[in-house]
Design a binder for this molecule. Structure first.
Ligand code: ZN
Length: 538
């Protein structure tokens, strides 16, 4: 690290000062206004509105002078599988007292299958605590349990206490764990805490959207839990039935889970469950948009830095009714897309950095990071040539930000590189101000992390009015009709944000290659063979 700092100081003395490109608040405003227009109907994946948005981004990339870098010119079509549950889906719980049937959207929420038109499973239930499964990391909720051919019952969320990014990742793997352990079904029950924050009844009201996954190269819908043929969530009524006659009563288990660090141990339950449901699958394609600026160094140009943001949003609100129903996604994520385009223009107008830059407008982020998963799993170049990925998702351009957050930056030397880049223009890099939101696993960068690429999501920070703006946006306009051009968007902040991202991408493309830190969970798990960097002493 130290050596690099000296080298970069010498470089900046020797190099002539290049004029910094201009970052235009007006251009960013115009791009957001187009992408968030009502005519694009909220840019839902697979919709005409999203297709128009993708054409628009390609046009802007072309005008800036980027090279098309998709499979099909500017576009790489992402094949997606949408599965919808048929009417009459049920989960029946059977215990000593008899059988009780829980109906879909009343007492239970089943997920549709992407691979079976009709599913019936009937198996004993085994409680597996929170279902976290990484014994090397000290989490072994499956220890001593035989779940082969059974249906697991797990608590929602993570143990109470300081959330961290490793636990957030492990929580994202719950179904994969169940599948690896041989379970054929899974039921998630609420904790006392999750009922307070996000009640099951609210989940019921929000249900109905199809389940979506990306289609792998073999033509099959990608499934990280292939053994699990059915999964469901249930509320209090279901949980009480499931725990009838249990070795430990539900109330005791939930009380233990409600204590800080509480992690109830699993055990075989005295009940069984029968899932019966039908699913219909339909295939759609939706494009990622890719544009490239080739690096200037004859060797390093083979390495790629990705700057990306998702272009899709969640479309029109179901249910009809009077008033505005279009969820335009001005900040989520027309803003990140506009900033990505502005940074692309800035690089295209000046000398290229040493490494190549790949700009991507991702599709299907809101369906589960699917456009990014497709790129990370089927990359246009061998994955170890992608040195870093910066994801711009929902920059809150509602106040004159003075700091930024790089979600995931602590796992690699990427955080240091970003701190240097933003520090040069007086912007601070602050630690994660909302760890309870587990943003690290909630946006497109995470798809690249899981393929071993150091990657972060960058967002405007909590200083200088940020904390209040984030709190208010998340509780009112986020994923709602109010995320539109009526928001008091600060376009100067947009231009500043573009400048900051230009400097970050430049640092990543010109500086020493960023590396996972020695001993870091994600580097060890996903890039075990890659050289590591020493974590600086605090
Ligand atoms: Zn979103």
């Amino acid at each position: 690290m130290h050596r690099f700092l000296i080298a970069s100081a010498m470089l900046s003395l020797a190099a002539p000062l290049a004029a910094e490109p201009e970052f235009s608040p007006a251009r960013i405003k115009a791009d957001v206004a187009f992408l968030a227009d009502d005519l694009l109907e909220g840019r839902d994946t697979g919709s005409r509105g999203h297709e128009i948005a993708a054409r628009y981004v390609a046009t802007q990339f072309e005008a800036a002078g980027l090279k098309p870098a998709g499979k099909n010119g500017w576009f790489t079509p992402v094949a997606l599988s949408e599965a919808t549950l048929g009417e009459g889906a049920t989960v029946t719980i059977t215990g000593k007292a008899g059988a009780t049937t829980l109906a879909q959207k009343v007492d239970v929420l089943l997920s549709p299958s992407h691979s079976e038109a009709s599913t019936t499973i009937d198996a004993p239930l085994v409680f597996v605590g929170f279902g976290l499964d990484d014994p090397k990391y000290g989490l072994d909720d499956y220890k001593g349990l035989d779940v082969r051919g059974k249906i697991v019952v797990m608590l929602r969320g993570i143990p109470k206490g300081a959330p961290d990014e490793v636990i957030a990742h492990l929580a994202d793997q719950k179904l994969a764990n169940a599948s690896r352990r041989g379970a054929i079904g899974a039921i998630t029950i609420s904790t006392l805490q999750s009922e307070k924050i996000d009640p099951f009844t609210r989940r019921l009201a929000a249900a109905g959207r199809p389940g979506t996954t990306w289609v792998a190269a073999d033509g099959k819908p990608f499934d990280e839990s292939p053994a699990v043929r059915g999964s469901a969530r249930t509320g209090t009524k279901g949980a009480e039935l499931i725990f009838a006659g249990a070795r430990r009563p539900l109330a005791t288990v939930l009380a233990e889970a409600d204590k800080p660090g509480g992690r109830p141990k699993g055990f075989a339950l005295a009940t069984s469950a029968r899932f019966a449901f039908t699913s219909t699958e339909r295939r759609i394609t939706s494009p990622n948009v890719l544009g490239m600026i080739e690096g200037s160094d004859p060797v390093l140009k083979n390495e790629i830095v990705i700057l990306m943001g998702h272009l899709d949003h969640i479309g029109i609100k179901a249910g009809g009714g009077p008033g505005d129903l279009i969820r335009n996604g001005a900040l989520d994520n027309a803003a990140g897309s506009a900033v990505t385009m502005e940074v692309a223009r800035a690089f295209a107008s000046g000398p290229a950095p040493k490494r190549s830059l790949l700009f991507i407008a991702n599709t299907a982020e809101e369906r589960g990071l699917l456009g990014a998963e497709a790129t990370a799993n089927m990359p246009p170049v061998p994955i170890d040539r992608i040195v870093a990925a910066v994801d711009l998702d929902m920059p809150l351009l509602l106040y004159p930000f003075t700091d930024v957050n790089a979600y995931g930056g602590d796992h690699s030397s990427m955080g240091e590189a970003i701190a240097r880049a933003v520090g040069s223009v007086g912007v601070a890099l602050s630690p994660d101000p909302q760890p309870e939101e587990t943003i690290f696993v909630r946006s497109d960068h995470y798809a690249f992390v899981k393929q071993g690429v150091p990657a972060i999501m960058l967002a405007t920070g909590f200083a200088n009015g940020g904390a209040a703006a984030w709190k208010s946006f998340l509780s009112t306009n986020y994923h709602n009709v109010g995320d539109d051009m009526n928001l008091p968007i600060d376009w100067q902040a947009g231009a500043k944000y573009a400048r900051v991202n230009y400097l970050i991408a430049k640092e990543l493309a010109d500086g020493e290659r960023v590396r996972w830190y020695e001993g870091d969970y994600f580097g060890n798990a996903f890039a075990p063979a890659a050289p590591k960097a020493k974590r600086p002493k605090p």
